[in-house]
Design a protein around this ligand. Structure first.
Ligand code: HAM
Length: 433
């Protein structure tokens, strides 16, 4: 009977990261971390497993019921594999509320799991840059998060023709539906879920869906007109709303900062999570092949209250996924040739020279900031050289019996194909040049 072999494929919707994939991932996370540190954001991390209740409380039906991996541990506790980071960071902030100096600027790059239908831009495991501020209610804070989002893309040399930031406000949305349309909270919530899905269905299906959740023809017509109106016309519908005031102030700052060409009001941006209360936004790639949001975020006033009663500490932030970022960088040709900062050297071997002599050379190089490896097998020099070329080493060192006796080595520059004999003392300088 044939032996049954195991599959080499990773679990559906997850990826293996081979070294070249890690080179890319480490490069772009490096750019992101450097940029965030320039804005004085500090890195934090949390556990992959959290109590299931953490998400059930505020994340929203779809993510909790359909997308969260959960299980019972041996002690009978219901746990979830984190589908997002925001509840974790809110829990961490709440746990140390008394001792933290507000406002906080924090970031993290966790891997998250969601039971999704894998497709371009959406997988079951992704890494998500989370950038959040806590303890500041000012509109300047909302603006800062938009500026940071845009700066992250600019750090990759993206220009303003490549992306746009679409902005709405939950307070404006709620007041519009409750005060102007006369809907109760439940009807207004159901409509928000419909609008959140609007981009994924035809106009006809959208109207049918609205009718199903109880809107009459006149209400459907009114709602559809919101997507046609200008920002100014929309603001006039609900002039007293705090959301209107926030949106107007935010767009004034956007204009003053010269960001009007990348920021736009978009009433269809609702965001799926139930915890958002104010500004909400998403960043989109303008390449039509990348039609999923690259960043999503907003202000959430009540998450800390889940842990500390009447804490009154608001948060605002966004998440930015590695899958959509990679699609963006590749589509816009923004991935440079990736090289480590150190020269790479292979110390080749001959059988007549003791291995320890090669080790000494490699150690000398490493102590001087040069990445050095001694070839461990006894193979022909041509094989060792081929390995060095295939692995993109910059230099190979050749040390036979004659060089050992003379206190020299041969340095082969693999990019130029040139050999030079140098003394051991000059070796480091030769390679550093
Ligand atoms: P989100 O909109 O669910 O927000 O995700 C943010 C970003 O993460 C998306 O725009 C996308 O780039 C990426 N993303 C989400 N799901 C997937 C997936 N299945 N596959 C690949 N990429 C994905 C949140 O998670 C909020 N907790 C963000 C936040 C932080 N809000 C405030 N602070």
């Amino acid at each position: 009977m044939a032996k049954e072999l195991l599959s080499v494929q990773p679990y559906k919707g997850t990826r293996d990261f081979y070294p070249e994939d890690m080179d890319l991932r480490n490069w772009f996370f490096g750019v992101i971390k450097d940029t965030l540190r320039k804005f004085n954001y500090r890195e934090y991390d949390g556990p992959t497993l959290e109590s299931y209740d953490l998400y059930a409380a505020k994340s929203g039906e779809e993510i909790v019921n359909e997308q969260t991996y959960h299980f019972q541990d041996n002690g009978g506790r219901m746990l979830a594999v984190r589908p997002e980071m925001t509840p974790t960071v809110a829990r961490m902030v709440a746990a140390k509320l008394g001792s933290l100096n507000m406002p906080l600027r924090w970031f993290s790059i966790p891997n998250l799991y969601r039971y999704e239908k894998p497709q371009r831009g959406r997988l079951r495991e992704h890494w998500q840059v989370n950038v959040d501020m806590f303890g500041s209610d000012s509109i300047e804070t909302d603006f800062e998060l938009l500026l940071v989002a845009s700066s992250l893309l600019k750090a990759f040399n993206a220009d303003e023709t490549m992306y746009c930031i679409k902005i709405n406000n939950r307070r404006f949305y709620n007041d519009l539906f409750e005060q102007y349309m006369g809907f109760d909270k439940e009807k207004s919530r159901k409509v928000s879920k419909a609008i959140d899905k609007k981009g994924k269905m035809s106009q006809e299906a959208f109207c049918e869906y609205l009718a199903e959740i109880g809107l009459n023809g006149e209400e459907i017509e009114k709602l559809n007109s919101f997507f046609e109106k200008s920002f100014e016309e929309m603001m006039e519908l609900c002039p007293e709303s705090k959301g209107t005031i926030e949106l107007k102030s935010l767009f004034k700052l956007i204009e003053e900062a010269g960001m009007s060409n990348i920021c736009e009001f978009d009433f269809s941006i609702i965001r799926g999570f139930d915890y958002y209360t104010g500004t909400v936004f998403e960043v989109y790639d303008k390449d039509i092949n990348n039609n999923r949001a690259m960043f999503g975020g907003g202000r959430y006033d009540n998450l800390i209250n889940l842990f500390v009663d009447k804490a009154n500490v608001s948060g605002i932030g966004f998440g930015f996924g590695d899958v959509t970022l990679e699609n963006f960088l590749v589509s816009h040709n923004l991935v440079p040739e990736l090289k480590s900062g150190m020269p790479k050297v292979l110390v080749t071997r001959f059988p007549e020279v003791p291995y320890i002599e090669y080790l000494k050379i490699a150690e000398l190089l490493r102590q001087n900031g040069i990445a050095a490896t001694v070839y461990t097998d006894e193979k022909k020099l041509s094989k060792q050289m081929k390995y060095a070329a295939d692995e993109k080493y910059d230099f190979a060192i050749i040390l036979g019996g004659d060089e050992l006796a003379a206190g020299t080595v041969v340095v082969k520059d693999l990019s130029k194909g040139e050999n030079e004999t140098v003394s051991r003392e000059d070796l480091v300088n030769k390679i550093k040049i």
